[in-house]
Structure formats: structure tokens, C-alpha cells
Design a protein around this ligand. Structure first.
Ligand SMILES: C[S@@+](CC[C@H](N)C(=O)[O-])C[C@H]1O[C@@H](n2cnc3c(N)ncnc32)[C@H](O)[C@@H]1O
Length: 275
């Protein structure tokens, strides 16, 4: 339907490229537009707004995800210029701000996987929690305690809202601050499971993740890795982790979370540590 709508303004190949690179988050559409089509961005925005019935805003992603807060600049193309919206995932609802706090719908399968691994009674440290997506999905299902840390005050505020607006069986403590410092001061040897979803900087924070985790606890180590063959990406991440880890580690498994570029992948390695 969308392709049909774009038919009058784009070639078949152009519209294919555009459709594979847009995200719909609640009533907001975010589209990445190749340089060759930038002159048509307004009409693309207006067409998308007209065609996607529940959409109230269409934004063009004007920068990569960047900076400490992992946020992006958005430019309004059509509709309301508001970046907060409600988003639903696996029975949880979230208020997200698509410009001022990190959020990606493309991690939903991974959030579901992790929330299924958690056992009742666990304590979890979510070092880079954003608006609390993993934390809420986990605490919705499991009687556990999640320390949900983020350095971006807007993300931490939204996390607090998201804790309140979901019926949780577990407990989430939202903390605004630097994970390194918070762990050092309050959370040493506290967690049965530590999540470190800041893949660009995992190596820098590995020692802190180990510091937070109990002997025998699990770390979910996310990273970015180049691999000529897609099937090698998980193994290469495991090897990288084993090279840099200062503690005895049992690899429980690894997988690709998503592709982030040509022959470039975000991966996760699940590790049981001994210390
Ligand atoms: C990739 S996002 C996290 C995604 C989140 N887990 C989710 O599912 O939406 C990384 C987050 O780490 C936060 N961050 C960056 N440096 C940090 C630090 N030193 N301590 C705590 N949070 C940090 C950013 O503000 C950002 O929200």
C-alpha cells in the first residue's frame, strides 16, 4: 500500500529502499532518506502521513544515533512536531521520546529473550537502561529487583513513568547517573544478571559490569563486530570477550541481535562469571 502511495513520486527501487528504512513508533514515523532523495523529503513525509492512518507525525532522521545519550536529531516533515509517544511491546506500554532519549523498536526480540531467561528472585543491574524497556519487560513477568541506570535525565524520568504505568510483579529502581559510579558506590556484587546494552563501549565498562555481578552471576555482553561471514559474528564476539575479560568465564551462548551495517553486527554473548 505504501509502495503504491509512493509510486507517483519515487521509482520502484527508491521506494523499496525507503520502506525498508522507516520505523513506526506509536503514532510517529521516522524515516531515513538517502541523499539522492532529500529534495523530495517534504512530499515523502506528506505521503507517508496521509497513507499510514494512525500516524500523527513524520520525521526525517537528520543525524546518526550519537553522543553519550545515544540520541539523534529529527526534522519534522509532516504533522505534529512532538517527539513523545506511547509505544506498546509484548503487553507492556511505554512513553518514549524518540529524539531526547534512546529508543529502538528493533531490540524487541532481544528484550523478549532476556525477559524469558530471568528467574523469579533475581537481582538485575541494567547498566544502560534508556527509558526502561528491558527493565519493565522483565519486571512485568518476574518477581525480581531491577536496578535501572541511565545517565540521561530524560531517559531516567521516562523510566519512572513507565514503571508507574505498567502492572509489574517485580520491583524496578530507576537511577539517574553514570553506571560506573553508581555500581562502585552502591551495587558491588549485587546482581545475578547484568545487562550492558551500550555496545559501542562495552569493553570500557566490562570491569564495572563484573564488579556489579555476584560470583556465578551472568553478564549479557553486547558489542559490535565486523564479520565477513554472518555465521561467524557470534563466535568472533565470544573470542573477543575471552581475550579481554579479566575473570574466569563460561560462555553460555552468543547470537546476532541485529545488523548495524554491511558485514557489521550487534551481537550478544551470555557469560557466567567466576570470581
Ligand atoms: C543503546 S541505549 C540503551 C537501550 C535500552 N537498553 C533499550 O532497550 O532501549 C544506551 C543508553 O546508555 C546510556 N548511557 C551512556 N553512557 C552511560 C553511562 N556511563 N552510565 C549510564 N548510562 C549511560 C545512554 O543515555 C542510553 O540511554
Amino acid at each position: 500500500m505504501l509502495k503504491k502511495a509512493l509510486e507517483s513520486i519515487l521509482s520502484e527501487q527508491e521506494s523499496q529502499e525507503l520502506i525498508s528504512s522507516f520505523d513506526q513508533i506509536g503514532d510517529i514515523i521516522i524515516v531515513r532518506i538517502p541523499d539522492s532523495l532529500l529534495s523530495k523529503k517534504k512530499i515523502i513525509g506528506e505521503t507517508l502521513l496521509k497513507q499510514v492512518k494512525i500516524a500523527k507525525s513524520v520525521f526525517y532522521q537528520a543525524s546518526a544515533v550519537e553522543g553519550d545519550f545515544r540520541t539523534r536529531n529529527l526534522e519534522i516533515l509532516a504533522g505534529d512536531n512532538k517527539t513523545e509517544t506511547e509505544y506498546k511491546e509484548f503487553g507492556c506500554k511505554f512513553i518514549v521520546d524518540v529524539e531526547n532519549a534512546f529508543f529502538s523498536p528493533r531490540l524487541s526480540t532481544e528484550r523478549e529473550r532476556i525477559s524469558n531467561l530471568v528467574q523469579n528472585g533475581e537481582t538485575i543491574v541494567n547498566m544502560f537502561a534508556g527509558v526502561g524497556m528491558f527493565s519493565v519487560m522483565i519486571a512485568k513477568k518476574k518477581k525480581c529487583t531491577v536496578y535501572s541506570i541511565d545517565i540521561n535525565p530524560i531517559a531516567a524520568k521516562l523510566c519512572e513513568k513507565n514503571i508507574k504505568s505498567n502492572k509489574l510483579v517485580g520491583n524496578i529502581v530507576s537511577i539517574n547517573g553514570d553506571a560506573l559510579q553508581i555500581i562502585q558506590e552502591q551495587l558491588q556484587n549485587k546482581s545475578d544478571r547484568t545487562l550492558m546494552l551500550l555496545p559501542e563501549r562495552s569493553d570500557e565498562f566490562l570491569e564495572s559490569a563484573i564488579n556489579a555481578t555476584k560470583n556465578g552471576g551472568i553478564i549479557h555482553y553486547y558489542s559490535h563486530i565486523h564479520a565477513d561471514k554472518k555465521s561467524d559474528a557470534g563466535k568472533l564476539s565470544e573470542e573477543h570477550y575471552l581475550q579481554i575479560s579479566p575473570v574466569k568465564s563460561e560462555i553460555l551462548g552468543s547470537k546476532i541481535v541485529r545488523a548495524v551495517g554491511p558485514r557489521y553486527y550487534q551481537t550478544v554473548v551470555d557469560i557466567k562469571i567466576s570470581k
